[in-house]
Design a protein around this ligand. Sequence first.
Ligand SMILES: Cc1cc2nc3c(=O)[nH]c(=O)nc-3n(C[C@H](O)[C@H](O)[C@H](O)COP(=O)(O)O)c2cc1C
Length: 269
Amino acid sequence: MDAKQFCSCTDTKCPCHPVNHDRGCAPCVQKNLRQKEIPSCFFHDIDYEKPTKNWHYEDFAALVDAAGLNSHMPMDAMTAILTRRSTRQMRPDVPERELICKVIEAGRYAPSGSNSQSTHFLVITKPDVLDSLAVLVRKAFARMEIGEDAYISLRHSVAASRKGDYVFHYNAPVLIVTANKKGYGNAIADSACALQNMMLAAHAQGLGSCWINQLHWLDEESTIRSFLEPLGLGTDETITGGLILGYRQNSEPAKPLSRTGNPVTWIEE
Ligand SMILES: Cc1cc2nc3c(=O)[nH]c(=O)nc-3n(C[C@H](O)[C@H](O)[C@H](O)COP(=O)(O)O)c2cc1C
């Protein structure tokens, strides 16, 4: 059924209303599930079982699933690309495992040089591990010697760590660390493809994400390696990047940044 017919909500100014986009009921459903609420349309006159009990938001989700309105990736590829933003303020709750698995699947399905498929994904949701990593990263940056011409983000990480209040993963509930084989020439490129796939899949499912590079910079730091290797990082692997994942604190992502850089040169007849 078309979501525009299914929806009986009269608030057509709401950005989640199906008349304002092509993503059906998904944005509204996701917003309501996040807030654990039942949208008003559930109680309107629709061709489904009328409410006869104390309904819970899970009942609403089941009804939408039964109507086949939420079973697909709720965003087309170009919309996901154009509207994705880096999210650094996330709710503390870990998203449903099914959503995280889809994000990882998107990363695993990224292309790789010579079809190497050697990107390794370490998915960390354990709060103790995330906290310990944040402390190790802060200590490592605090003792790092860098010049004034160092990369601006690195300078920021070092300065904030010396102040003592630096949490490189912004207290997000999920951190996915990517690693690849040491000495493999496409290690970073393959992981970048995987990370971008994951950011888009996260966004398409209503999750926020942000590339997090600090563990890559600290790849050779012994305190980091001796913490991550027992957790699964291979001794023959280099840390290529990372991604935080979670529900955004704000229900909608920030507006896309305009592109004033990234020049394009056409060479044609
Ligand atoms: C290679 C790469 C490394 C990045 N590293 C970090 C990082 O360590 N921490 C962070 O907060 N954001 C990081 N970002 C996110 C960028 O700051 C962000 O993409 C940029 O400001 C544009 O904003 P947008 O993603 O919302 O369009 C990184 C992005 C890329 C592509």
